[in-house]
Design a protein around this ligand. Sequence first.
Ligand code: NDP
Length: 316
Amino acid sequence: MNRIQSLFGIRWPIVQAGMIWCSGWELASAVSNAGGLGVIGAGSMYPEVLRDQILKCQAATDRPFAVNVPLIYPAIEEHMQTIIERGVPIVFTSAGSPAKWTPLLQAKGIRVVHVVSSVKFALKAEAAGVVAIVAEGFEAGGHNGREETTTMCLVPAVADAVKIPVLAAGGIHDGRTTLAAFALGAEGVQIGSRFVATPEYFSHRAFKGRIVDAAEGETLLRLKDLTPVRLLDNPFSQQVAAAEEAGAGVDALRDLLGRGRAKKGMFEGDLTEGELEIGQVSGQIKFIQPAATIVEDLVAAYQGFTAGMEDPHFRW
Ligand code: NDP
């Protein structure tokens, strides 16, 4: 058992990323029941929705699960209050400084993990007292680092820089990529895109169908001057690219983005006008599969690769 397994109380060091408009209680409980760590993505949920999702998740699994809260979420106090009241054991934070919330949550017995895209922020998160770090490379979908550091470069750099355990994210979806992450120094993986193409969905079926159809090179990092985000190519993404090429400033890009684009694309299934946030690995996802099958296949492949390896770092 490695540090991630014991910290989270899970069988396999596989975490499902908490993604807006994709990961509700059905996906989170399915991943937790399969032995990984399911995560509810709270960034797209109003406070009463998150409360309901946590209750449903607790009814669907006895195993640990977590909630991901982007630190720029407007009603963050209410989300954190619900998490404390409902006894959620683990919180993943992202998109902001963990200095304020980490001590408050950990004083209540909640373990906090922070998502970063650079060594600089990994060190800040460690200093803030988080128990583990997700090092998320440029391949990942959704919000992304400005520096464009890839998983291959980021994970070993973060693993060398901090003492707490590191989970690798960005481009990981199967046994091979998990083995690579462990070779880079990770003690666990966080997987997002692969879990979007599951029946335990929250996102619209048209969005999932678009992921299964996605080809190599169809995602690009957009809105770098505003909030960098990896999007699937579609008319909206092309509109953003044209504006960026024409030299649009931050205000013009904000106007073009408007409000609720991610909801339109991922939740309502508007593949033309919506934002479709997904990782580069979408080009390799060809099937919609149950979350438990994804976990079982990954574990079987990983154990096949590592059978006979003596280094305890690789043994789960
Ligand atoms: P927008 O400002 O475009 O829209 C806000 C969306 O969030 C709306 O769809 C709204 O639903 C919903 N929402 C849920 N709770 C609230 C609330 N308390 N106040 C206002 N709106 C709320 O934001 P985005 O959709 O781009 O992002 C939403 C959140 O997700 C942000 O916190 C953002 O940081 C996070 N995010 C995280 C990403 C990641 O990769 N970690 C990627 C993208 C976003 P409704 O339309 O029903 O009002």
